[in-house]
Ligand binder design. Structure first.
Ligand code: OGA
Ligand code: NI
Length: 370
């Protein structure tokens, strides 16, 4: 943590890697081509991805961002805004196409991620978290020696604000890792801000409502997830069921290999990869800010028997010191306040110290129980 860190930033450092249980790299386990999956990865019956999943009839909505950038009286735009509104209320998840991020940049961000993960373990461990930090190469959310483990490795970094960026943890191999990540971050922020202003419009809030509430120093963090091939994908999970703790997530999933599932009507619905699309989902903080009108939705990742799957998740969120509270216009007699107000860094601290467990963090931390 930079020495200029203010009080909130210091408390962000509190849920740090020192308090996580250290576990082996899954890439290293997979490299040994084990005949048996280590017990700690094997899920109970009710958590296992069923070995023969029924093809779901449901599909996550697809939003064309180009249409949403048309003049507001355009009929096509109005129709697309309706689809977006429905997606937010009924799904909490959608895919975005025509978002304007150059395909060459998307290819390269995946390229640098893959090249980093293919370095030797020694090389990658140079980017292991430093004391007091919750970023770097390693595992997060393992807080208990007995907890089931996810079949995946990760690289997590804070991208914004500048004062929380620790460049010592940004890989220098490949040599364009930093530059590519910076360029990608700028594009993702632009898309995130547009989407948030469209949310605001659909919710009859001022179009800069979220921008203002996110403050002068909004935060963006990243998780690059690598899911190595698993000899028994029917027994393990790549990533445990969870809702995201930020405001909105923009995820680049693998173009070829399916693996992300969303919980809908108690069924796990796979998100079919669309080349170059971004998967966008509502996080816990937007659920609070919309007083539950838009909900963060549980999702999980499963593994593949032959192939490695890569995903890059970007979490856009308010500044650490900002207050998170339901918008007053979304609270009335019919819609009483469902969440208490809190400072963003208080929730990060809570969320990071728990294992991923569906929507439990939000419910336990912020939900007002009658
Ligand atoms: C995440 C996430 C899904 C995936 O990183 O929060 O949900 O497909 N990732 O890797
Ligand atoms: Ni997630």
């Amino acid at each position: 943590m930079a020495s200029s860190a203010n009080h909130a930033a210091e408390s962000f450092a509190n849920p740090n890697w020192d308090s996580f249980v250290h576990v082996e790299s899954v890439q290293e386990i997979a490299r040994r081509k084990p005949h048996f999956i280590p017990q700690r990865y094997i899920r109970s019956d009710d958590e296992r991805p069923s070995s023969t999943p029924l093809p779901s009839l449901l599909t996550v909505p697809v939003i064309d961002m180009e249409k949403l950038l048309l003049p507001s009286d355009n009929h096509e735009r109005q129709k697309e805004m309706g689809i977006l509104s429905k997606a937010c209320i009924e799904w909490g998840f959608f895919q975005v196409v025509n978002h304007g991020i150059p395909h060459s940049l998307i290819d390269r961000i995946r390229g640098v991620a893959n090249e980093f993960f293919s370095l030797s373990l020694d090389e990658k461990q140079k980017y292991a978290p430093q004391a007091g930090e919750a970023q770097g190469y390693g595992n997060m959310f393992v807080v208990d020696e007995d907890q089931k483990l996810d079949w995946g490795d990760l690289m997590a970094l804070i991208l914004m604000p500048k004062k929380l960026v620790n460049l010592a943890l940004w890989p220098t191999t490949p040599s364009d890792y930093r530059n590519t990540l910076e360029r990608y971050t700028t594009h993702v922020e632009r898309v995130a801000m547009i989407i948030l202003s469209l949310f605001a419009e659909n919710l009859q809030l001022k179009s800069d409502y979220f921008k203002n509430k996110f403050g002068e120093e909004p935060m963006m963090t990243m998780r690059m997830n690598l899911y190595p091939p698993c000899p028994r994908p029917d027994l393990v999970l790549g990533l445990s069921p969870h809702s995201d703790g930020g405001a909105i997530t923009l995820l680049l999933q693998d173009d070829q290999i399916e693996g992300l599932h969303v919980r809908k009507n108690n069924e796990w619905v796979p998100i079919q990869p669309i080349p170059y699309a971004l998967v966008v989902n509502i996080g816990d903080l937007v659920e609070v800010m919309t007083n539950g009108k838009y909900k963060s939705i549980e999702h999980r990742a499963v593994t593949n028997k032959e192939k490695t799957r890569l995903s890059i998740a970007m979490f856009y969120q308010p500044g650490l010191d900002e207050e998170v509270t339901p918008a007053s216009s979304l609270v009335d007699e019919e819609h009483p306040t469902l969440y208490k107000k809190f400072k963003h860094h208080e929730y990060i601290q809570y969320y990071m110290n728990k294992q991923l467990n569906g929507k439990k963090s939000l419910a336990d931390f912020a939900k007002i129980h009658e």
